[in-house]
Write a protein that binds this ligand. Sequence first.
Ligand SMILES: Cc1cc2nc3c(=O)[nH]c(=O)nc-3n(C[C@H](O)[C@H](O)[C@H](O)COP(=O)(O)OP(=O)(O)OC[C@H]3O[C@@H](n4cnc5c(N)ncnc54)[C@H](O)[C@@H]3O)c2cc1C
Length: 488
Amino acid sequence: MKNTLSGKNVVIVGSGVGGLSAGILLAQSNYKVTVVEKNKLPGGLMRSYKRAGMDCPVGVHYVGALGENEPLAKMFQVLGISVHELFSPMGQEGIIDRYIFDDLTFDLPPSIDALEKNLRNAFPEDSAAIDVIMINLRDFSRRMIDPSFLFNQGDPFQNMDYYQPMGELLDTLKASAGFRAVLSVPCNLIGVQLDDCPVIFHHMVLACYLFSSWRLKEGGSKMTDVFVRRLQELGGSLILDDGVKKISLTEGKVSGVILESGTVIPADFVVAAIHPKILLQLLNENDLRETYRRRAKGLKETEGVIAVQISVNAAAHPEINHNIYRLQKNENGIIEDGVFYQLRSANSPNSNLLSIITKSSYSDWVPWENTISGRRGKDYEAKKMDIAVSLLQKAADIFGNLKDAKILDVYTPLTIRDYVSAPEGACYGIMRSSRQLLRAISLNNVPVGGLFLAGQNALAPGVMGSIMGSFNAARQIMGVDLFSQQIK
Ligand SMILES: Cc1cc2nc3c(=O)[nH]c(=O)nc-3n(C[C@H](O)[C@H](O)[C@H](O)COP(=O)(O)OP(=O)(O)OC[C@H]3O[C@@H](n4cnc5c(N)ncnc54)[C@H](O)[C@@H]3O)c2cc1C
């Protein structure tokens, strides 16, 4: 029987990986947790969807650091979730990602030592710059496996140099165009350009994938099921298809939430595992200081994407256990265009799934801004299909004959916007650029008693960043001492 203590009722808004992991952490410490989700199905971006019987991913293509004693694995261990039930390792042939430029192909290998070797082979003229980057990456890896990284995020990285933009660091190091372009790719994985991407995020993302890289064995729906099962076995509950409409306050402190259906849930704490601009809509105008409101509203979003899911003949196109990036760089090493490809099995005997993703600006979809999914009209469908067909044609340069390929689905920034309430369809939430880093971090101190941010908008994006954000919210609610006692 669960021990429900007074002052321990928590409502979590949003059932993405951020909301569910915050719920699990707090339920483990005897909080009475209710996760509320506006959609009919839980999981947010973590969840996959089915087309023609194939499991199509949305927000989990690959993750890093799930090997023994690595940071994300330790977080899974704390959450009580089995890595091996969900993930299998990538990179057995020595490649995690293949970056294909017009004049250069670079393989990102699955370890720091192997990366150093590949970089020194490809860019002998950058020897001094490689020395610095390798010292940094090794320093980061060491700090990320220190227990304080899990229990006291932020502290391991007090070196202010790590907050400068990666582009500036590479300018100082006089990096060649090729070296600069290769090092740009991890910035894309959090939706920031190299010139404005804080060194800390660049190194953290790259170090994670170099620890070890993993793909889901089955798909994001299974991952969601496992997170939900864990929440429920700890006594947490999940309400679906009924979003939070309002967060109620009493004397400046949260007292509960009101759902779209009118249901009222009392709460001592509310964890908003949603976008901060959406959080503003759940509060009355005068519940928050105007400065906080203005800061949140003024933040720039990460860019949206268009993604195409394609069924291909499995015999002609077997699974490839690494990802492929086709990239265009200019003479200064700035990546101007890029396409991500992942070819993998998807529980279908004769077909494999080719996922293609490239950036797509929200402004390109503004004509359909006021439409809803499934009813956006013929022009929208035609534009989406034109882009999808062109991406499929270009994919033949890499994968050979794709004549039998069949487009199963295409989603745009509008799809993501409406599915998870992400303003402008931002893939990675608010942009963690050097320019707005302090403003973004300061949002974490919500000036309302009992209200906390979690998920990708709290500390950092991606599966690992979102879970870190939830560790941070749980730590704020439980207090540092209790958190470090209970989270082992
Ligand atoms: C195309 C794409 C590819 C990606 N690939 C990767 C990858 O390969 N690896 C990686 O690590 N990361 C990847 N990411 C990023 C990763 O998916 C996200 O960082 C992470 O899933 C965010 O989780 P979250 O819980 O913070 O937010 P979300 O998953 O967005 O969850 C928020 C939830 O809140 C719900 N919600 C919103 N408003 C309300 C309300 N008022 N009431 C109730 N519920 C509400 C939404 O419906 C949603 O379910 C990718 C993202 C995208 C878009």
